[in-house]
Design a protein around this ligand. Structure first.
Ligand SMILES: Cc1ncc(COP(=O)(O)O)c(C=O)c1O
Length: 384
């Protein structure tokens, strides 16, 4: 008989992946499915990156790198902070990671002990509580539904009780909300005043929709002790390359390096080197953002016309849609929408343990014609 498994492995599955599997099964039966459940760009990595990667495969050893990553890549990322955020960053504080996902594992392992309490915002990205639990750290869910933009405020954090850390994504998945700079600074201050760590998930930076295309504020503007976790996955359109980075305070560099040595040896060398070219591809990357912006406009306007209440989605490529005018069971709603209208979207329960039944996450990272078709199908479906 199999021996009992650990409680740490007992984490929730992603409903988004279940929906994706159902959508794929329907597509195999010949149905044309519109994918609003996906959490990634529909574009490949920029052309310059792909060309350089081919060259690297032919001409380089592509062996392990230093655990912290390749020096010139760390320097190039530090340069990006100077150019993009006007922040002078010591490249030694930049640690390259296997996607931001590894950045979470490394930062949680370096910062927290078993039983420590770390605040996670709800609605929020489901992997946070799952990774924390897998490391025997206690996630403390902090609901922010009373804020019109789902942005946490000081009172939300205070209600959560004493915390060893707080994790915040801005722009957020699933709401697309951006935490304004003054709010971000105040949240960091509250957490650091209780000797807690502030971990800022900045993976959707670069994808913002205000007219002057200002980026979301970075936690590094407010504290040198904040831990930033970021990635080449979203704005840089390199999800499958599994490459990201962290910016850590000086005193975390050694423990994170040692953890990375043992957990991952090094981040993928091919992907690391290929990112050197992504910083020459801003024209292509900005074209992607232009498409997201157009898609967002079509989706949000269409959803409002149909009586739904989508979140404003100031950044990232998701809107979190209040469907309570039609249903209080978003899983049943998504299932019917998939089977009857051929539109796949993710039930809110993935992101939200209390109110998720009233919400659906829709992604607008796909092709504009798919977003237009989704709205057309929704109209027909809802009138039927
Ligand atoms: C908010 C957020 N953080 C982190 C990740 C992980 O991304 P990656 O490991 O590709 O950097 C995702 C992926 O969808 C996400 O939505």
């Amino acid at each position: 008989m199999a021996r009992p498994l650990s409680k740490r492995g007992d984490v929730a599955t992603f409903l988004a992946m279940d929906v994706y599997a159902q959508a794929t099964a329907l597509a195999q039966q010949g149905r044309e499915i519109i994918h609003l459940e996906v959490g990634q760009p529909a574009t490949a990595a920029p052309k310059l990156v792909r060309e350089y990667a081919k060259e690297l495969i032919d001409n380089s050893l592509l062996a392990y790198s230093d655990a912290t990553g390749i020096g010139k890549v760390r320097q190039r990322i530090a340069q990006y902070y100077a150019d993009h955020y006007n922040i002078d960053l010591d490249p030694n504080r930049v640690i390259i990671t296997t996607g931001s996902s590894a950045g979470f594992v490394l930062s949680f392992a370096a910062l927290f002990d078993a039983g420590d309490k770390v605040g996670v915002i709800e609605p929020g990205y489901p992997a946070y509580p799952n990774i924390l639990k897998a490391l025997s750290i206690d996630p403390v869910r902090i609901p922010v539904h009373d804020d019109p933009d789902f942005v946490p405020a000081i009172h939300h954090i205070e209600q959560a009780g004493p915390l060893d850390g707080l994790l915040l994504a801005s722009p957020s998945n699933p709401t697309g909300s951006i935490t304004p700079g003054d709010r971000l600074g105040a949240l960091i201050e509250v957490i650091e005043a209780q000797n807690g760590a502030f971990i800022s998930d900045e993976i959707y930076h670069g994808i913002t929709f205000n007219d002057d295309h200002r980026d979301a504020p970075t936690a590094l503007s407010y504290s040198d002790n904040a831990v930033v976790v970021s990635s080449f996955s979203k704005y840089f359109s390199m999800t499958g390359w599994r490459i990201g980075w962290m910016v850590v305070p000086d005193y975390m560099v050694d423990p994170v390096t040692r953890l990375q040595q043992s957990l991952y040896i090094s981040p993928p060398t091919l992907s690391q080197l290929a990112t050197l070219k992504v910083f020459d591809a801003f024209d292509e990357l900005e074209d992607n953002v232009t498409v997201y912006k157009r898609n967002r406009e079509i989706l949000i306007t269409g959803l409002k016309e149909l009586g739904f209440a989508p979140s404003a989605a100031d950044g990232a490529f998701y809107t979190y849609v209040d469907i309570s005018s039609r249903s209080d069971d978003s899983s049943a709603f998504c299932s019917a929408m998939l089977n009857e209208a051929g539109i796949a979207a993710t039930p809110g329960a993935d992101f939200d343990s209390t109110q998720g039944h009233n919400y659906v996450r829709m992604s607008f990272s796909g092709a504009t014609q798919d977003i237009e078709e989704a709205i057309r199908r929704l109209k027909v479906w809802l009138q039927a």
